[in-house]
Design a protein around this ligand. Structure first.
Ligand code: 0T9
Length: 420
């Protein structure tokens, strides 16, 4: 495959890639039969780890405050989300693949049922909406009523080809995790990544730089990603440092904990600032944790805006490798979308988002929601700049936009047509 001219010309076309999936015509073998809108489900496939922080209610044997224990549990969950987000296609499809480009208003909903013996997890519901097409932006809301957890966020990418032939991807957006009963919130930023192996038609993702987790209790964590072997001798390696506060992270030796290992596998934890060794306690082995399968209604019961129903024929074409079917069925969707936009233009209307809205923080009081407060604590930019950008970074220069996408739960609760 790697020598085929279609692949070579495809890789060449990546050079002018601007983040808009629609502009890329890839050979069928590299297409995922899945819309990018589905990818936000990766935030909650490990439901046990998602609810774990809410189960921590007492000071442990090690006398650590509950808020610190919960921060560690949130980091465990976060590592599991990384495994889902960045290794799922490689493990199910053989390599990274090009997802289907969601249309405006596309929806993906489902639920994870409680598979625990004692019923402590409860049901976890998922509501994803494609809130913008140019540029593509996906927003998600995840709710676990039993443990009163709401997780929400949105995602957009900007991509560019590097001189060495890998695709650099910067993510915009963030995730906000709320434990309502505990009145505790966490801001989670997104890592940058790049795709390697494109030239040999076997693409895979490598994460870069840092992402941050800030808790409303003050605790602050940096998670640093490196390629193969820098800290740990294995792929997907990371080093996390946990501090009492962002301010502490500026001082030397103030780490409460240091964690190193693989975010897709095992990691160890040590108190203080030196890296743990394999004789230190295991922090978590994500490969031994159980990812749960999301339950999605059968296609016949789905609304026409729901992802798997809308893309069913294209997905079939991808599975059978039939370029003609893929092309014809994709064109149908694209043409219907063009027609819709034209009609809206004629009628002087615009597409109405369903469960999400754009919130402009420059026009809101600071206590409107947790975002500004948490970003401030972590010295993170609240502007519409790449995720994980620090306040005062040159990436903020000239950017005044402080709008972000937020879940409108009331709207979702009133939904009658699209059911989970
Ligand atoms: C948010 C995630 C994101 C979306 C995907 C880069 C990528 C689109 C964005 C960042 C999720 O929470 C996590 C996982 C995978 C990311 C995708 C991997 C990928 O290859 C695509 C890009 C746009 C391509 O499809 C490039 C062409 C392709 C042939 C390479 C395999």
């Amino acid at each position: 495959m790697s020598g085929s001219s279609s692949w070579t010309s495809f890789v060449k076309s990546l050079a002018s890639y601007n983040g808009d999936l629609a502009s890329l015509t890839a050979p069928p073998f590299i297409l995922a039969p899945t819309s990018l809108a589905e990818y936000s489900q990766y935030w909650a496939e490990y439901t046990e780890l998602l609810v774990a922080p809410t189960q921590i209610k007492t000071v442990g044997e090690d006398k650590e405050p509950v808020e610190l224990q919960r921060m560690l549990a949130v980091i465990r969950w976060y590592l599991a989300t990384l495994k889902s987000q960045y290794t799922s296609r490689a493990s199910t499809l053989g390599s990274e693949k090009k997802p289907l480009n969601p249309f405006l208003g596309e929806l993906f909903v489902g639920k994870w049922v409680d598979e625990s013996d004692d019923g402590h997890i409860g049901e976890t519901d998922l509501a994803i909406e494609q809130v913008s097409h140019h540029p593509p932006i996906t927003a998600y809301g995840i709710e676990n009523k039993k443990n009163n957890i709401v997780l929400q966020g949105y995602n957009r990418i900007k991509a560019s080809m590097s001189a060495t032939g890998s695709l650099n991807v910067r993510q915009f957006g963030h995730s906000i995790l709320e434990f309502k009963d505990l009145n505790e919130q966490y801001l989670v930023t997104l890592p940058h990544l790049h795709l390697e192996g494109l030239l040999v038609a076997a693409p895979f993702i490598e994460l870069e730089q840092k992402s941050y987790i800030q808790s409303s209790a003050g605790y602050y964590a940096t998670i640093e990603f490196t390629g193969r072997g820098y800290f740990y001798g294995k792929k997907n390696s990371f080093k996390a440092k946990v501090y009492k506060s962002y301010e502490d992270s500026l001082k030397k030796g103030k780490e409460l904990y240091t964690i190193t290992g693989q975010w897709s596998g095992a990691s160890n934890i040590a108190k203080g600032s030196s890296s743990p060794t394999s004789s230190d306690p295991l922090f978590v082995d994500i490969s031994k944790q159980k990812a749960q399968t999301l339950q999605v209604k059968p296609i016949e019961k789905q609304h026409e805006l729901e992802s798997r129903r809308a893309w069913a024929k294209v997905a079939e074409g991808i599975k059978t490798g039939d370029m003609n079917v893929i092309h014809a069925e994709k064109s149908k969707i694209e043409n219907a979308q063009r027609e819709l936009r034209l009609k809206e233009k004629e009628a002087g209307t615009t597409w109405q988002n369903r469960w999400y809205e754009q919130v402009d923080y420059s026009k809101l009081p600071e206590d409107h929601d947790a975002f500004v407060k948490l970003a401030k604590l972590a010295n993170l930019s609240i502007k519409n700049v790449p995720s994980s950008t620090l306040k005062g970074d040159s990436k903020e220069d000239g950017v005044t936009d402080e709008t972000h996408w937020r879940f409108n739960r009331a709207k979702f609760d009133k939904e009658t047509e699209v059911l989970i």
